[in-house]
Write a protein that binds this ligand. Structure first.
Ligand SMILES: *Cc1c(COP(=O)(O)O)cnc(C)c1O
Length: 442
């Protein structure tokens, strides 16, 4: 054994030192010994060198790391409102409160007036009917699960017809053909990438056709020589041939945002009015928790509920609670635009953003204001370029500054231009300004 190796302390001597320091009282013994082993492994890899802060201090900070939870709250200064990697939609205060309350015992599946078993769907069914105009509704784990359940129930063992222009991939692992195959339905493609007409669907209908599926393209658009068949026309064909029509509208837009320059996303209500079964996410433009929502006729919703897969993909109590409270806010359009964080961030006016950016900039020495753009994210309004005012801090090592911001507690996520760190206040709350200022000062 060489000299440096001999300087590495033994596990038992460090356990003793940790005991004397009271570490074993504050943390479980196994956590402390695991931390000691990790420190020793690192020291051996570094040629046996003692950590700069000393052996015991290294063990102490390693122990704290072990105890820290992996899933952390972060500050999103990227300006991407529905940032998939950062958990999509932040919840409204009322929804957070509602989620918090269900962490005790709750009336999840209990009817308190009769003292008998109830349905978890009861908490969201009525409000979904009210907001979308549908006869009935069902909430599951996410929109991918909603589509799987719906296609399996309506078209399992039969054929599902879809336009070639709508065979999309959304996110890394959501690919339409794969979901349809896993739903035990045979995919029949009609039309072409850019143009699909009603006769394409009509000619594809056979005795085995069980579903006409329309999918919103969500994360991209195609322009130029294009045409697609409206949901109204598809429903008319479905009625003529006694085939179910399903519309995966994606982002779950409950109120029209055209007056804010945001167009191109289908409104849930329009698909319901047309007579389709509509599917959408809870945590995109709806601004609620992760959930998949299906609205349509009582007959179809009942069929879906009876499929054993409904149990496999059911929504958990925190999602039901957050969703009920979020949906309740939509009863009043103006309240929804101010209290649902995603809608507030998307529709805030330029003057307010500039004023807020100036306030943050004053707390970050050397920073200046520049014009820039935020994006919607989450595969909604893919072409929208929302004008914003950015707080910009010139630096020759942007990546190093981003890393320092990420290592702050809570981590702050920003972006880089060629020679500056950029912070977009659109996705930051006023309460978070102080934390950001501290991170730059520290
Ligand atoms: C986002 C999206 C999905 C998947 O939704 P999840 O809730 O993430 O499962 C499905 N279809 C469309 C059209 C979407 O935009």
């Amino acid at each position: 054994m060489n000299d440096t190796r001999r300087k590495i302390p033994s596990v038992s001597s460090l356990v003793l030192a940790a005991e004397n320091k009271g570490l074993i009282d504050s943390y479980p013994r196994t956590v402390v010994t695991n931390a000691i082993r990790a420190v020793l492994v690192r020291a051996r890899a570094a040629g046996g060198k003692e950590p700069e802060e000393g052996w015991l201090a290294a063990v102490e900070s390693e122990t704290a790391t072990w105890r820290a939870l992996s899933l952390k709250r972060v500050i999103n200064a990227t300006g991407v409102v529905l940032h998939t990697n950062l958990g999509r939609a932040p919840l409204a205060d009322a929804a957070k409160d509602a989620v918090w309350k269900t962490l005790e015992y709750s009336t999840l599946e209990y009817n308190e007036s009769s003292g008998t078993r109830g349905s978890r769907q009861k908490h969201v069914r009525a409000i979904l009917k009210e907001l979308t105009g549908a006869e009935d509704a069902l909430v599951v784990n996410n929109a991918a699960a909603a589509l799987l359940l719906t296609i399996n129930t309506l078209a399992g063992g039969g054929e599902t017809v879809i336009s070639r222009g709508e065979l999309v991939e959304i996110g890394g692992s959501f690919r339409l053909p794969d979901i349809i195959a896993k739903s035990d339905s045979h995919l029949v493609e009609v039309g072409t990438t850019n143009r699909t007409h009603l006769p394409d669907y009509e000619n594809a209908v056979t005795a085995s056709t069980k579903c006409l599926l329309k999918v919103h393209r969500s994360n991209f658009t195609i322009d130029g020589f294009v045409s697609e068949v409206s949901i109204e026309d598809l429903v008319r064909l479905g009625l003529r041939s006694d085939i179910a029509v399903v519309h995966d509208v994606g982002s779950g837009l409950l109120i029209d945002l055209a007056e804010f320059g945001l167009t191109g996303e289908p409104l849930v209500r329009n698909s319901v009015t047309a007579g389709a079964t509509a599917i959408f996410s809870g945590d995109k433009l709806l601004g609620g928790p992760q959930a998949g929502i299906i609205v349509g006729s009582s007959e179809i919703i009942e069929q879906l509920s009876k499929n054993p897969l409904a149990r496999v993909v059911r929504a958990d109590k925190t999602a039901i609670a957050g969703l009920e409270a979020t949906l309740a806010i939509f009863r009043d359009r103006d309240t929804a635009l101010t209290e649902i964080p995603t809608l507030r961030m998307l529709t805030v006016d330029g003057a307010t953003l500039k004023k807020r950016a100036r306030r943050l900039s004053r707390r970050i020495p050397g920073s200046e204001l520049i014009r820039g753009h935020s994006s919607v994210g989450g595969g909604a309004f893919p072409n929208a370029r929302l004008e914003t005012t950015l707080v910009s801090l010139a630096t020759d090592s942007c990546e190093a500054v981003l890393e320092k911001l990420r290592s702050h507690s809570p981590p702050i996520i920003a972006r880089c231009a060629s020679d500056a760190v950029l912070l977009d206040v659109r996705t930051v709350t006023d309460q978070e300004f102080g934390i950001i200022a501290d991170a730059f000062a520290g």
